[in-house]
Design a protein around this ligand. Structure first.
Ligand code: PAF
Length: 295
């Protein structure tokens, strides 16, 4: 199949470039490397919001060039999940990235990322074992594999991920450490709406009524984090948090957990090392995740 110039890559406005093939991406990255530029990668699935733009701005501070990947990765969705309806808005994303002075958008088609015959995968480590890993058993394998490919394609000095997907951040840090991948993983604090709801592309699914309930998640997790930091019993605290979430109108609570912030190992009580309160809930047809620091 003949690939058009537009599919190969073209320049948008003054500075933002878009690459759609690995060959074109590598050519661009090689030019920067020859000129001695450092590179930050911000991996995304598009439908960009202020949280993503914050990651781009952080990238601009940490490296000479910022590459933003936009790829809705099919291998991290189960057949029952929202791959087909996942929000997509390439034109809107490109406008936001041009405003944020990103340097290059890496936006491959599915067949470019996973050509016919593709069959290799990364088996994520212990950080992937439970919570999201238990409820979405396929998920972190898909995330780890696509991120490994993104790191190999872009060869960034650093990659920036939001703490909103805290377990994902831990899984990727572990992968980079275990596989000796030559880049640094940076976690950036979660951006929130004024009422505390963590910004997420999936918030677009919420009805007005659900949107009014959604901020209770952050409020309940923050209250639990405060109690845990003061030495409260963790099993009792998580049980009470689940009760409050259901009473507020969430349709189901997948989990509320308090874990060691680095290893994600289980803990019974705050003992001086940083902890993380993590949760996933259902609100109608939408699944929301959030987490806050404790201690
Ligand atoms: O967090 C996301 O948007 C995705 O899981 C990621 C890291 C871009 C991999 O597809």
């Amino acid at each position: 199949m003949k690939i058009s110039d537009e599919q190969k890559g073209h320049t948008l406005g003054k500075a933002l470039k878009i690459s759609r093939t690995v060959k074109d991406l590598r050519k661009q990255v090689a030019k920067w490397r020859e000129a001695g530029r450092s590179i930050a990668l911000v991996p995304t699935m598009g439908a960009l919001h202020d949280g993503h733009i914050g990651l781009v701005k952080l990238g601009k501070k940490q490296a000479d060039r910022v590459v933003v990947s936009i790829f809705v990765n099919p291998t991290q969705f189960a057949p029952t999940e929202d791959l087909a309806r996942y929000p997509r808005d390439e034109a809107g994303d490109l406008a936001k990235l041009a405003d944020a002075h990103a340097d290059l958008v890496w936006s491959p088609a599915v067949e470019e990322m996973y050509p016919p015959g593709f069959s290799t995968g990364v088996l994520p480590g212990s950080a992937a074992e439970d919570m999201e890993g238990a409820i979405r058993p396929h998920h972190f394998g898909g995330v780890a594999t696509v991120c490994c490919k993104l790191f190999s394609q872009v060869t960034p000095d650093l990659a920036i991920f939001g703490e909103k997907d805290y377990q994902q951040l831990c899984v990727l840090k572990q992968m980079v450490r275990d596989l000796d991948l030559p880049l640094k993983i940076i976690g950036a604090p979660t951006k929130r709406a004024d009422d505390g709801l963590a910004l997420s592309s999936r918030n677009a699914y919420l009805s007005a009524e659900e949107r009014a309930i959604a901020p209770v998640l952050n409020a309940v997790l923050s209250a639990l984090a405060e109690d845990v930091g003061k030495g409260a019993d963790i099993p009792a605290g998580t049980t009470e948090a689940k009760r409050k979430l259901l009473a507020a109108g969430f349709s189901a609570v997948d989990y509320v957990e308090v874990r060691d912030a680095e290893t994600l190992g289980k803990v019974e009580r705050y003992g001086g090392v940083p902890l993380r309160v993590l949760s996933a809930v259902r609100l109608g047809k939408t699944r929301l995740i959030d987490n806050v620091r404790a201690g």
